[in-house]
Unconditional design. Structure first.
Length: 414
């Protein structure tokens, strides 16, 4: 291990922040249609990185007799070169690294898929491990050369083998932002929606009814779901649920320890985390990787279909705001007067003023939250929750503090 560890070791001396053969770097963009073990590698980049492999394959196929000839073929980018590149990169993992590499998941292995363009495509679920976002981040690619290196990359560093965070053992491959918002939206239940009270005999029936527009995603319905009991026998159970939650349940692997109850509720970020954790613990790695990919696609798709946006009217200003603020202003004037007259010192006055405004802040926040989170019913139909509230409540983005500062009051500033 001495060769690997420390400042003079392999990683810090040679791999991080040095010029390395068989490496490249480019801007990253999101690749939502990739599988978890894949990354999108620009064709031009792959051609340069895998050159020696291409030369030897060209020679083996009898398409060139010398290296010089092979070089010419590659430089001209002949069609047969692209076919050979496809063969070479199949089953040949590459390492992706994003600086700063703060923990071991900062370098992971992926199977490259060739793409047009000049940017590397990264799977959305591994972003949290790399701490990557798509505002212009760049990542480096390294090619493991020897068979041992390839094997090691595949067995130890493949993104599908790193589902859990080494820091705390919790899954690190969890959806975030749009995906969480989509999953939250799917799992909402509202009263008075179309098709309320309908009963379905299977998940497929619900899907047909949804596609035909006979039932709304958020209606309260009853559905029969196939489950597995402790002995491993198939049983059918009846659940009061919504079509959206049934859709989620269809993705769950069949396992006694991962029942439909896991997703039969409003899913917030930590609930999604719990579901993934349970699936990983009881259904194994392969199942959980497939499951993660599926809920990612579903989250994106449903968030897109929901069209949840953010306008100025979503920032609800509570009616009682001004009366609360006025009341506090009067109190502050009172404290000023007391200070002038002499019963309290300057320090006491300061503390009282800060205290008064803090209390005012809390009251305004409370008023705003009760307004924004209230169920609105029109003509017996429960309306969709406020968009900004959905974003904050689901754990997708934003917080009560930010909502308070936009809709309630800015509060005390240092």
């Amino acid at each position: 291990t001495d060769m690997i560890k420390g400042k003079q070791g392999r990683f810090r001396q040679n791999l991080l922040g040095k010029r390395v053969d068989f490496s490249g770097r480019s801007v990253i963009v999101t690749g939502p249609e990739l599988k978890l073990h894949q990354c999108g590698l620009p064709k031009k980049m792959a051609l340069e990185l895998f050159k020696p492999f291409i030369y030897s394959r060209l020679e083996a196929k009898g398409l060139s007799s010398t290296v010089k000839q092979a070089k010419k073929l590659v430089e001209k980018e002949r069609p047969e070169v692209w076919d050979i590149l496809d063969e070479v990169i199949r089953e040949h993992p590459v390492l992706l690294n994003r600086a700063p590499t703060l923990h071991r998941l900062g370098i992971q292995a992926f199977e490259p898929t060739l793409i047009e363009g000049k940017a590397i495509q990264l799977h959305p679920l591994v972003c949290s491990a790399f701490n990557a976002d798509f505002d212009g981040d760049q990542m480096a690619v390294h090619v493991p050369l020897s068979l041992e290196a390839q094997l090691e990359a595949r067995v130890l560093m493949m993104s599908t083998n790193n589902v859990l965070s080494p820091a705390n053992g919790a899954p690190i491959i969890v959806p975030s932002q749009d995906m969480i918002l989509g999953l939250y939206y799917v799992s909402i239940a509202r009263d008075g929606m179309k098709g309320e009270g309908m009963a379905f005999s299977s998940i497929e029936e619900v899907e047909h009814a949804l596609n035909a527009g006979e039932v709304h995603l958020h209606s309260n319905i009853t559905c029969r779901v196939k489950q597995i009991d402790e002995e491993g026998n198939e049983i059918w159970k009846r659940y009061d649920t919504t079509p959206g939650r049934v859709r989620l349940g269809a993705l769950l692997p069949l396992n006694a320890k991962a029942p439909f109850d896991l997703v039969n509720g409003l899913l917030r970020k930590r609930d999604v985390q719990k579901v993934i954790d349970t699936v990983y613990r009881y259904c194994g790695q392969k199942e959980s990787v497939i499951f993660c990919d599926q809920i990612m696609s579903m989250g994106f798709k449903e968030a897109f279909k929901a069209g949840i946006s953010f306008g100025k009217d979503d920032m609800v200003i509570p009616d009682s705001k001004w009366s609360i603020v006025e009341e506090t202003r009067d109190q502050v004037k009172d404290f000023e007067q007391q200070y002038m007259d002499g019963p309290i010192t300057q320090g006491e006055k300061y503390n009282k003023v800060v205290d008064a405004w803090s209390k005012c802040n809390d009251k305004v926040t409370e008023a705003m939250m009760s307004t924004i989170s209230a169920n609105r019913v029109e003509d017996g139909v429960e309306q969709e929750p406020n968009s900004v509230y959905m974003m904050a409540h689901s754990g997708a983005r934003g917080s009560v503090t930010q909502m308070k500062q936009l809709g309630g009051m800015r509060g005390l500033m240092a």
